[in-house]
Write a protein that binds this ligand. Sequence first.
Ligand SMILES: Nc1nc2c(c(=O)[nH]1)N[C@H]1C(S)=C(S)[C@@H](COP(=O)(O)O)O[C@H]1N2
Ligand SMILES: [Mo]
Length: 246
Amino acid sequence: MNRKIFVASSMAAALAGCAKITNGLNDAPQVHGVLKLAEDLNHRVIGTHGMAKLYRESDITQNFPTNGNDTPSDGTYQKLVDGRFAGYRLAVGGLVERPQTFDLRALRALAKLTEITRHDCVEGWSVVGKWTGVPLADFLKLVGPKPEARYVMFYSFDRDSNGQPFYGSVDLAQAAHPQIQLALDLNGKPIDPDHGGPVRLRIPTQLAYKSTKWVHRIELASTFKPIFGGNGGYWEDQGYEWYAGI
Ligand SMILES: Nc1nc2c(c(=O)[nH]1)N[C@H]1C(S)=C(S)[C@@H](COP(=O)(O)O)O[C@H]1N2
Ligand SMILES: [Mo]
């Protein structure tokens, strides 16, 4: 059983994700069926409860590649960079008891998780970094998901060449995982713009495309069907799996 899951999940890893050149194979219905099955098994059997491996300081990667729809050229984002993010606000709304906004000082006061973890991009590279930030579980307790809330949606500043904004999501079970954080620091310094600063999601138990960079708005929702392409995320709308457990 375990081996089956492993094989299925490595297949998913090889086929899904952020490869910039889309692979025609991904579109074959039988491949999709296998991936869906793997996704389902992973989600129920491993992903949500398993822990990502923790690394040592000496494992930290020196030259950390970046990946994304380019660093947002968006005017609002550029102004925030110029002002060293003093004007940055994270807005939280949707199905929450206490909608509110957070500036970086408020977020830093909640940052109590530091973990050295690896992120795996399906384009074939992995990097180990030290991330410090706010445990997502603590953050959600503060804003109070309403009983009908099921998903946490993350919205970013960047857009692709068609003007489509980047976004992503996890469900509340994944959000409760102790290693998921709203990251503020990378390797002891505020996350730079290229790596998703000032606030990005880090999910060390899933492929890196789920770790949404440049987050400016979080919304709790009961379903993601009516949001953009309806699949829960930018990459998911291109056909990749919503659950990307490693
Ligand atoms: N907003 C946003 N987040 C994103 C992406 C993106 O294009 N936009 N790319 C994802 C992908 S495919 C990867 S591999 C990681 C890369 O993170 P890094 O640039 O810090 O290495 O960010 C993820 N988060
Ligand atoms: Mo990626």
